[in-house]
Write a protein that binds this ligand. Structure first.
Ligand code: DC
Length: 236
């Protein structure tokens, strides 16, 4: 029996991080945490409170005050009865659908760039991760949230491949957004994520690179198992 570890999966948006992270969490019997969903839930909260103006300027002071209220807004993950998918809840409401819309995708990078938001989310993630035995996907898990994670993977793929994947995913959920708009959104988010002042998206020096532009999910899991064997991790 080996002790449970933290696996940090970072990378660009729509690289299939969540699909990969869920698959390896299942393989190891670990909990999967989608940290982007937490930023999306904060974005939804900000929109609902009217803290986001039309040009995506955020009233950071008011949002900061709301996030530090006592009790704080409650963002959590629950497993749904059918199929065991993880769903995001905000103050007792299932918001899994609402946080995946293009409107929230357009505002979330601006929200995630705010230090007050990152402090709030980081605190929640460290609480969850303290139990270990987790796979977390995000942008700064291996660099800022858990720099001591035992295994770090940085995922990437070409913008066109990622836009096609996100477009298909949205269509399957009945959201009809043009491919060009999805591609532009991905490029814009890459830029904001990589250039923000607080915890910008960057590969940790000790992270292993996974470019999955031409890989199936099955191939990625095989690649991962091979990595565990080489590192003598998780009983492999
Ligand atoms: O993975 P996603 O597209 O659902 O992430 C939504 C946004 O949140 C994205 O713009 C990047 C940001 N994010 C972040 O800054 N740090 C994380 N750990 C996870 C997501």
């Amino acid at each position: 029996m080996t002790s449970p570890i933290i696996i940090a999966i970072d990378g660009h948006s729509s690289t299939g991080k969540s699909t990969f992270a869920k698959a390896i969490a299942k393989e190891l019997g670990y909990i999967y945490i989608d940290t982007g969903a937490m930023y999306r839930a904060v974005a939804l909260l900000a929109v609902r409170h009217g803290f986001v103006s039309k040009n995506n300027t955020i009233d950071a002071d008011s949002l900061g005050k709301t996030l530090s209220l006592n009790p704080q807004p409650d963002i959590s993950f629950r497993t749904s009865g059918d199929g065991g998918a993880s769903e995001t809840w905000l103050n007792g409401e299932n918001v899994e659908q609402q946080i995946r819309t293009i409107e929230i995708s357009k505002v979330v990078s601006h929200i995630a760039a705010l230090p007050v938001v990152r402090e709030y989310v980081d605190r929640r993630l460290r609480e969850i991760g303290s139990r270990r035995g987790v796979v977390m996907d995000g942008r700064d898990i291996g660099t800022a949230v858990f720099p001591d994670a035992e295994l770090k993977i940085f995922m990437t793929a070409s913008p066109e491949v990622r836009a096609r994947r996100r477009y298909e995913e949205m269509r399957s959920k009945g959201q009809d957004t043009p491919y060009e708009e999805v591609l532009n959104n991905i490029r814009e988010r890459d830029y904001i994520d990589e250039h923000r002042q607080t915890a910008p998206l960057t590969k940790a020096d000790d992270a292993v690179l996974l470019d999955n532009s031409d890989m199936t999910v099955g191939e990625q899991v095989l690649w991962f198992k091979d990595l565990l064997k080489r590192r003598h991790l998780c009983g492999y």
